[in-house]
Write a protein that binds this ligand. Structure first.
Ligand SMILES: *Cc1c(COP(=O)(O)O)cnc(C)c1O
Length: 422
């Protein structure tokens, strides 16, 4: 019995089965490489689901976290500390709009806070309806789940007692039909991550901004996966030149340390008066120090330039293979669409070849590697993917067809413009 097998047996005996049994038992990481308990190494192309933005064991993150833990680990919100102020100021500066921040510990918590803002806005204006999107994902707690469009994970916990309408993602006419004066807020992801990295067509966010403004509803953008560098920018919505009322962040924000954040314009932020919301750990000094180190490193090392250049290279390389029908998304956040529903098998073969990725749906391999990845590591991934496809899909089925539900009208064999909207 290998050590991995022993560890897996202990995992299955001690932890609940909601994640199934994960395939690899990771012991440690360094840069873009992780090592399992048996000493096998893997190129990390998923980064803990778009979280490990600086890779593993990055000196800036190690120093920020250990230094902060040695000085002050926790205050609660009964008392303030300077790191939370520094982080809030920095996030608002990067966002580029006057407003205020609320700090929490995860993505779903950020969306819970945003939902509370939506409810308070609705109470103040006599509106009760929330509009969200089919196949959208906003988190697993009951508030965030109530606006999550994936029926398979939402319905087992229904009813929610909230008036939520789901519209097809990326469809401006459907949004027009759904948004009227009864709507308190519209929740959107700039690109649907958990659905297989599916971007909205150009102009969608702008149309959503215009519609919500016209009907006095909040536009709430969930940038938990799309934000903080995935698209080669701090915020994906910056590319559309719009200002949402609320943005939620998490995942890459802490580079591996749990943290979430909500940014809101001054008018919306004012809805959070004393006592209406809170979190014991929110704005924790260690998490804030980690996040500041992530921001500082991205800026100092010009990581977005790396992400954009490698993103272009990746698109070109992958589309040369006829078994890859579409490379959705931007920069180093991609849904690699296969000509057959063998993504699960491909991901298994990749693990065997020493690469970690995931399959958010049967026809799509998702990658979201550390922003620090190098060109030679990216090339190695492309070679391994071709090798995995040689096993899982030796002959491309003919004729090629587009099997993705939303391509934003883009032709299925064309890469999306890196850094811009498709
Ligand atoms: C991951 C994710 C969430 C939930 O974040 P957690 O930290 O897992 O609670 C919400 N929205 C989007 C778009 C996500 O990708």
């Amino acid at each position: 019995m290998t050590y991995t097998e022993q560890i897996k047996a202990r995992y299955a005996a001690a932890l609940m089965g909601n994640y199934g049994l994960p395939p690899v038992a990771i012991r440690e990481g360094e840069g873009r490489t992780v090592t399992d308990v048996d000493g096998n190494t893997y190129l990390d192309m998923i980064g803990g689901i778009a979280v490990s933005s600086l890779g593993h064991n990055h000196p800036a993150l190690v120093e920020a976290v250990s230094g902060q833990a040695a000085r002050l680990a926790h205050t609660s919100n009964l008392f303030l500390h300077e790191k939370e102020i520094e982080l809030a100021e920095k996030l608002l500066e990067l966002w580029g709009n006057p407003g205020k921040a609320f700090l929490c510990n995860s993505g779903t918590e950020a969306n819970e806070a945003a939902l509370k803002l939506a409810i308070l806005h609705g109470t103040a204006t006599g509106k009760t309806r929330i509009v969200a999107t089919e196949n959208g994902f906003h988190g697993r707690t009951l508030g965030a789940l109530s606006i999550t469009g994936k029926a398979a994970i939402r319905e087992p916990f229904a009813p929610y007692g909230r008036d939520v309408v789901f519209v097809p993602y990326g469809d401006i006419d459907a949004l027009k039909a759904a948004v009227d004066e009864s709507v308190a807020a519209v929740f959107l992801e700039p690109t649907q991550g958990e659905t297989g990295v599916v971007p909205a067509p150009a102009g969608y966010l702008k149309a959503a901004r215009e519609l919500t403004a016209e009907h006095h509803a909040l536009l709430i953008l969930d940038e938990i996966q799309s934000g903080f560098g995935r698209t080669g920018a701090w915020f994906a919505h910056h590319a559309e030149g719009i200002v949402p009322d609320v943005v939620t962040l998490a995942k890459g924000l802490g580079g591996g340390v749990p943290i979430g954040a909500v940014l809101a314009t001054d008018e919306t932020a004012a809805l959070f008066t004393k006592g209406v919301h809170g979190s014991t750990f929110g704005g924790n000094p260690i998490a804030c120090a980690a996040s500041l180190a992530v921001i500082d490193t991205i800026e100092r090392d010009h990581l977005f330039e790396n992400v954009l250049a490698l993103g272009r290279r990746l698109g070109d390389r992958l589309l040369a293979d006829p078994r890859i029908t579409e490379v959705r998304g931007q920069a180093l956040w991609r849904g690699i669409n296969l000509a057959a529903p063998v993504a699960g098998e491909v991901v298994e073969h990749l693990i065997g070849l020493g690469v970690l990725a995931n399959a958010p749906r049967p026809d799509t391999v998702r990658i979201a590697p550390p922003l620090t990845i190098t060109e030679s590591e990216l090339d190695a991934f492309c070679d391994k993917l071709v090798e995995a496809l040689d096993t899982a899909l030796p002959h491309p089925p003919a004729p090629l067809r587009d099997v993705s539900p939303h391509t934003g009208g883009a032709s299925p064999r064309k890469p999306h413009a890196p850094g811009g909207r498709p």
